[in-house]
Design a protein around this ligand. Structure first.
Ligand code: NDP
Ligand code: OXD
Length: 306
C-alpha cells in the first residue's frame, strides 16, 4: 500500500516519521509531481495538480475538521473524503469557547484594565440568565461546546440542520427556527461548516436579531462573517464585542480594523489545533478499516458540503 502526504504549510518530517512507524507495511512518501499512484492521501490544502495526478485514490484524509477548501477542488471520482473526527479538537474547542464566554460574562477585560491602572474596584455581578449562549452547529465540536458551556449553568440554545437532543441544550432546527434561535441568544458561537448555505450567515440581519448587548464568538470560518456588518453593529452598540479566531484572509492582514478594535479579541486560528499523534492514530485506524471494506466515521458528503 502507498500513502501520499501532501499538506501545504505543514512540516512533513514528523508526520512521515509517525505514519511510517504506525503503518510499517506501507510506503509513506511526501508527494512530488509525477510520483507513483497512491492508495490513500493525507492532505491539507493540496494543489489541484496533486488530485489531478492521483485519480486512483480510495481515501483522502484531511488533517482538519473543516473540508471547505478541499471541496473547492476537483476530486478523484472514486475517492472518499474523510475529515478528522474530534481527534482531541473537541476538548480544545470547549475550553476555548468557555474561556471566551466567561471572560466576557465576568468582565475580565474590564478588571484587567482597572488593575493596569492600579484600581481596586468591583463590578455589579451579572445574571447568568441574561446571557443565554447559542451554538450554531451541533456536530462533533458544537455538541461538546454546548454541553461544556451548560456545565457553567448558562442557558444554552443549539441550532442544527436536523433535530438534535443534547442534555441541557434547547434545540432549534433548520431555517424555520433560525430567527427564534437568534432572538433567544445573547452570546452567539459559530461552529458551522463553511458551505454555500452558511457563507455570510453572520451578517447585519442575523446578528441584529440577537438580544441587545450580544457577543459573537466565531471559531468556525472567516467567510461565515460579513466583517463590515459586525463593525457597524459594534459601533451602534447592539453587539457588545466579539472574539474572532478565524478570518476571511489568514493571516489577518496588518491593515484590517479587527486588529485594533477595542471590542474585538483576535486569536490566530488556534482555538482547536490538529494534534499529530491523535490524528495519525485515527487516520491509520480508518485506512485499515477502509482496506477491510468497513465503514468509518467522518466521511464527508460532498453534496452537503461537510
Ligand atoms: P460537523 O460536520 O461535525 O458539524 C457540523 C454541524 O453544523 C452539524 O450539527 C450540522 O447540522 C450543522 N450545520 C451544517 N449546515 C447547517 C445549516 N445550513 N444550518 C444549520 N446547521 C447546519 O463539524 P465539526 O463540529 O467537526 O466542525 C465545525 C467547523 O469548525 C468545521 O467545519 C471547521 O470549519 C471549524 N473548525 C475550526 C477550527 C479552529 O481552529 N478554529 C478547528 C476545527 C474546526 P446536522 O447535525 O443537522 O447535520
Ligand atoms: C480545521 C481547522 O478545520 O483547523 O480543523 O480549522
Amino acid at each position: 500500500m502507498r500513502i501520499a502526504f501532501c499538506c501545504t504549510d505543514v512540516k512533513a518530517g514528523p508526520w512521515l516519521d509517525e505514519l511510517r512507524a504506525a503503518v510499517p507495511d506501507a510506503q509513506v512518501e511526501e508527494w512530488q509531481p509525477g510520483a507513483p499512484p497512491a492508495d490513500h492521501a493525507i492532505v491539507w490544502a493540496p494543489p489541484q495538480q496533486f488530485l489531478d495526478e492521483q485519480q486512483q485514490l480510495k481515501g483522502i484524509f484531511n488533517i482538519g475538521a473543516g473540508v471547505d477548501a478541499l471541496l473547492k477542488l476537483r476530486l478523484p471520482a472514486g475517492a472518499r473524503v474523510v475529515r478528522i473526527d474530534d481527534g482531541g479538537m473537541a476538548v480544545q474547542m470547549a475550553e476555548f469557547v468557555c474561556h471566551a464566554v466567561i471572560r466576557h460574562f465576568r468582565e475580565l477585560d474590564v478588571y484587567a484594565d482597572q488593575v493596569a491602572q492600579g484600581k481596586w474596584g468591583f463590578r455589579t455581578p451579572r445574571r447568568r440568565a441574561d446571557f443565554p449562549v447559542g451554538v450554531m452547529g451541533l456536530g462533533v465540536l458544537g455538541a461538546r461546546v454546548a454541553q461544556a458551556v451548560a456545565q457553567f449553568d448558562f442557558p444554552v440554545n443549539g441550532w442544527s440542520r436536523l433535530p438534535k437532543e443534547l442534555p441541557g441544550v434547547r434545540g432549534y432546527t433548520g431555517a424555520e427556527q433560525f430567527g427564534e434561535f437568534l432572538a433567544a441568544t445573547r452570546i452567539l458561537v459559530c461552529l458551522l461548516p463553511l458551505t454555500p448555505d452558511t457563507e455570510n450567515i453572520l451578517n447585519r440581519d442575523t446578528l441584529g436579531k440577537l438580544r441587545p448587548g450580544g457577543y459573537l464568538i466565531n471559531v468556525a470560518r472567516g467567510a461565515h462573517l460579513v466583517d463590515a456588518d459586525l463593525l457597524e453593529l459594534l459601533d451602534s452598540g447592539h453587539v457588545a464585542g466579539a472574539a474572532l479566531d478565524v478570518f476571511r484572509d489568514e493571516p489577518l492582514p496588518p491593515e484590517h480594523p479587527f486588529w485594533r478594535h477595542s471590542k474585538i479579541t483576535v486569536t490566530p486560528h488556534t482555538s482547536a489545533r490538529t494534534l499529530r499523534e491523535e490524528s495519525v492514530a485515527q487516520i491509520v485506524r480508518k485506512i485499515r478499516a477502509l482496506e477491510r471494506g468497513e465503514p468509518v466515521a467522518g466521511v464527508v458528503d460532498p453534496q452537503r458540503g461537510y
